[in-house]
Ligand binder design. Structure first.
Ligand SMILES: Nc1ncnc2c1ncn2[C@@H]1O[C@H](COP(=O)(O)OP(=O)(O)O)[C@@H](O)[C@H]1O
Ligand SMILES: [Mg+2]
Length: 585
């Protein structure tokens, strides 16, 4: 319970930290907007003075005096206006600097929780949306809105009926804004989802370029994209239509209202209740009162997009927040314990692996075998902390993996995933996991341990060879061996290898065996998933995972050694090559 409270607190803190220090600035901007709106009365006052006083008295000096004063006030208003948008742009920048790293961290984490990469990358775009919005007209309209009463009071002071008319206009336009909000809110969500769906297809097509080209179904892949794109476009057109229509209606209403104010003013003047200057002053003030509503409706799509982006960012940052571990633990040196581990699929919650328990001591190496889809990869992902466990625990020297921060645990873990992919970076950056302390000796040691040192030296720039899109493309086996070097870098306590020999030749196989022996000799633990027996030469323990369960676990000699083979033979006569059956998958 306490751990849960702690997590809740961490989540709240993380979300609060996004907007920390923003409130005073917002208050400042709000007050500044008040000043700008007061200054916006300049025009109206000028009209009043010119018509009613300067014209009345016929004094040119008065006229010049008022004009100079008005020009000065206009400049002030412009100055404040400029400052306000500059501050908003800076707030956007500040929020971006604060959010972008968090959003990127979340994006890197999201695929582990079952999100598509397109959805994950969307978080980066959300930050852009938010920053773009803060630099646009949208927030200015929102800051001006609460100051509308200034103009209403002004109109009311000129004549109560003028005030009432302007108020009525404001109410109608506000209702229009609310209607826009209600009609576009749901649409904004579906449009966003459609956009992600389209990007997911684009992403998948690009990643499968080779397959698409070789088997000639580019046109079908493009069709699939085109359809998703059309769906997205039509949804977008619908929300644009709604905001466009409401925007036009609001503009028309505003013009009508402005004329109505003039008309009413003229009527009141005829009745002798108003001066000529007041007519124009009222018209200018009422126009200004309603301008922010107009602008808000026009910008509603952006308001919605920004709000959606911020909500999504807050939600994912909170959802993926993990409680900070309370203290630093010493490096593990003794054991790996798996206690009743059950793992569920992140999206559907389907149980993939259930109730697995085993223990390994320093110097041991475990080979995991079993049919494809049995849950081997899923289990080892839990051993490295990649996959969260639903029930049970994975412990290193008695401490659950979650008691370490990722940064603290990382150096004690070496992981070679089943689908090895290397980063778009140089070979030494890849092997050293971007370590800022360029430890060349450790990189070479890891490369030697993985048996790739010579191969790397033959590359165009040796250890500085760039890999990836802008560099050298590697073969599957080369990737696997550099991946192995990366797993061995820094002599981590627990080395987890997921089918490390699926692309290896016999030379690679023996390098792998040597590497496992070396980890054992220095008192580390290796867990290796293997289909081919060569990788199991160096292990002393074997686990068989079938249908998400651990069906056997014990010393190699007992499970697949001569004794086990004899047992199997006597139980099932006429058997052929034992390993062929043991490793069938
Ligand atoms: N992220 C995931 N979401 C849903 N199902 C998954 C996920 N990862 C693995 N599975 C499912 O779990 C089962 C075991 O997969 P895996 O552990 O990769 O098997 P193995 O490595 O033994 O071949 C498979 O049926 C697979 O479809
Ligand atoms: Mg697997």
């Amino acid at each position: 319970m306490r751990a849960k409270d702690h997590l809740e607190q961490t989540k709240r803190k993380k979300v609060e930290s996004l907007t920390r220090g923003m409130r005073p600035i917002m208050l400042y901007l709000f007050c500044m907007s008040g000043v700008i709106n007061l200054l916006a009365l300049t025009g109206s006052f000028y009209m009043l003075q010119i018509y009613d006083r300067a014209l009345g008295s016929g004094s040119v000096a008065t006229l010049i005096g008022f004009s100079v004063l008005a020009i000065g006030l206009y400049f002030f208003q412009g100055l404040f206006d400029m400052l306000r948008s500059q501050i908003l742009v800076r707030i956007g920048g500040r929020l971006d600097r604060r959010l972008a790293p968090l959003a990127h961290k979340v994006a890197v984490d999201m695929p582990r929780y079952g999100y598509s990469t397109a959805e994950a990358l969307e978080r980066g775009r959300d930050v852009d949306t938010l920053r773009g919005f803060l630099g646009s007209q949208g927030p200015i309209a929102l800051f001006d809105l609460p100051w509308m009463p200034i103009f209403l009071v002004f109109a009311y002071a000129l004549h109560p009926l003028l005030g009432a008319l302007t108020l009525a206009g404001a109410v109608v336009l506000t209702l229009l804004t609310i209607a826009t909000e209600l009609m576009t809110r749901r649409l904004a969500g579906t449009t966003h989802q459609a956009g992600i769906h389209r990007n997911t297809i684009a992403d998948s097509n690009a990643r499968n370029a080779d397959v698409i080209k070789a088997m000639g179904f580019a046109h079908l892949a493009v069709d699939r994209y085109t359809k998703a794109n059309a769906d997205h476009l039509s949804l977008q057109a619908r929300s644009s239509d709604i905001t466009g229509t409401f925007g036009a209606i609001s503009r028309v209403l505003r013009m009508i209202l402005q004329s109505a104010v003039l008309g009413l003013g003229a009527f009141l003047t005829i009745k002798g209740e108003l001066t000529a200057g007041a007519i124009i002053a009222a018209s200018v003030a009422s126009a200004r009162a309603l301008a922010p509503i107009d602008m808000a409706i026009g910008n509603w799509k952006n308001v919605l997009a920004a709000r959606g982006a911020f909500d999504r960012l807050k939600e994912t940052i909170a959802a993926l927040a993990s409680a900070e571990p309370p203290m630093q633990l010493p490096a593990p040196t003794n054991s790996l314990r798996v206690e009743g581990v059950t793992i569920a699929a992140p999206g559907s919650g389907r149980v993939l692996v259930s109730d697995i328990s085993m223990e390994l001591a320093a110097g041991q190496a475990l080979g995991i075998i079993g049919p494809s889809g049995g849950g081997k990869t899923t289990l080892v992902k839990a051993l490295t902390g990649v996959m969260p466990v639903l029930r049970g625990a994975v412990r290193l020297d008695g401490a659950e993996l979650t008691q370490w921060s990722d940064e603290a645990l990382g150096p004690h873990i070496g992981y070679l995933p089943q689908d090895v992919s290397l980063m778009d970076a140089t070979i030494d950056e890849n092997i050293s996991r971007f370590s800022p302390t360029q430890n060349a000796a450790a990189v070479v040691e890891a490369a030697r341990a993985a048996g790739v040192h010579d191969m790397i030296l033959r590359m165009p720039d040796g250890y500085s060879t760039r890999l990836g899109a802008s560099g050298v493309a590697l073969s599957g086996g080369q990737r696997q061996r550099i991946g192995l070097a990366r797993a061995l870098y820094g002599n981590p306590f627990l080395v987890v290898l997921d089918e490390p020999n699926s692309n290896l030749d016999s030379e690679g196989d023996s390098a792998l065996s040597d590497a496992i022996h070396a980890v054992r000799a220095r008192g580390g633990i290796t867990v290796v998933i293997a289909h081919r027996p060569s990788a199991l030469a160096a292990v002393d323990m074997i686990a068989v995972i079938q249908g998400g369960r651990l069906t056997s676990f014990g010393p190699k000699s007992e499970i697949i050694g001569p004794k086990a083979v004899q047992r199997a033979d006597s139980a099932q006569s006429g058997s052929t090559e034992p390993t062929a059956r043991e490793f069938a998958s």
